[in-house]
Design a protein around this ligand. Sequence first.
Ligand code: AMP
Ligand code: GLY
Length: 418
Amino acid sequence: MNILILGSGGREHALAWAIRQNPKCDRLIVAPGNVGIAGVAECADLDVLSRADVLEFAQENAIDFVVIGPEAPLASGVSDALRSAGFLVFGPSQAAAQLEASKTFTKEICDACEAPTAGWARFADAASARDHITAQGAPIVVKADGLAAGKGVTVAETVEQAHAAVDAIFDGEFGDMSVVIEEFMEGEEASFFVLSDGTGCLPIGTAQDHKRVGDGDTGPNTGGMGAYSPAPVLTDDLQAQVMERIIRPTVAEMARRSTPFQGVLYAGLMIRDGQARLVEYNVRFGDPECQVLMMRLGAQALDLLLACAEGRLAEAAVTWADDHALTVVLAAEGYPGSYRKNTPINGLNALPETGFEMTFHAGTAEKDGTVVATGGRVLACTGRGATLAEAHQRAYALVDAIDWPQGFCRRDIGWRAL
Ligand code: AMP
Ligand code: GLY
């Protein structure tokens, strides 16, 4: 079959790498892709936010299956346009993508299906939000109610910090927004990935990531500096609890509202004393969590995504190897603040690329025959092994073989589980 993946990050490189290995895949195009992705697929220049452009491209290239990587095309309804033209698509409708795009929507779904989550309230003006914070006290969590590229959340330790976060949101830092104020939840965070075809659900893995930029979980938040899978804290019992109390009720509530969820539900969970509560949903794979999931699933990833898109999850199953994967993000010096672009990266050609070690590209391009960094998060060095320690050793061996003076990484990915 002819497969089109939308996106250009490490997540899409990992998806392409896994899908390519499946014999069902004849032609693989990633749009827009990047120089690393060009090693496993054709790349095509395409505005992935334009429904018309994506539709026309899929028609012209006789595409049989479209996999949508990032949230932005989902939020802009690209999956709806493709589905109504008869294409098979992996990724939720615009209506179902509200589970990520709107914090209020998700909280209302949780309330309707009694899924455990933090207590919350929504405010459309700064004064009432500030009053609520003063009444509740700190710690407390302030969220801009919309897609803010992971940057709209403040976990405030003091009332003053929370007030400042509210002011920043209403001063228009994130555009026209309202604010959701949440109870602060304590515990250990983990991510749970579940495919849903609208009615059926299939768990496809757990992961933990490292959001802070610096070793020891210090410094500002990022999109993720590394991840590993499985997450030891999400035991089989806890996964069963989350399926029963959070995932299945959510999927049922979405179906009840005639906006069935079809795609991957990425549940961010807070775990404490054997109980899990929902922090948030994303409606796409995490980046870099996808890199460790794909490393573990390999070629069967395509069969699973197809079963999901075709509504056949009830008959699908994951074949698990008893393995672990770990990924280390190499980022440009300065990230998540401002950073230089177009610095050269050497040593990439000599890196091993096997089922146990793979360097996924997130922000790279080729200039005059040299690979250069074009983004904040640039590479995800990923290892797999029988133990997490082995996966860790393989991932850092890749990191150490890369010659990029303007890049940096955390040296302690996986510390909690190692
Ligand atoms: P979100 O974008 O909603 O996932 O929030 C980003 C991060 O903020 C989460 O991964 C948590 O680390 C933290 N966070 C969000 N909501 C809460 C909460 N209610 N209690 C504690 N931490 C939270
Ligand atoms: N790594 C976090 C995310 O993809 O949202």
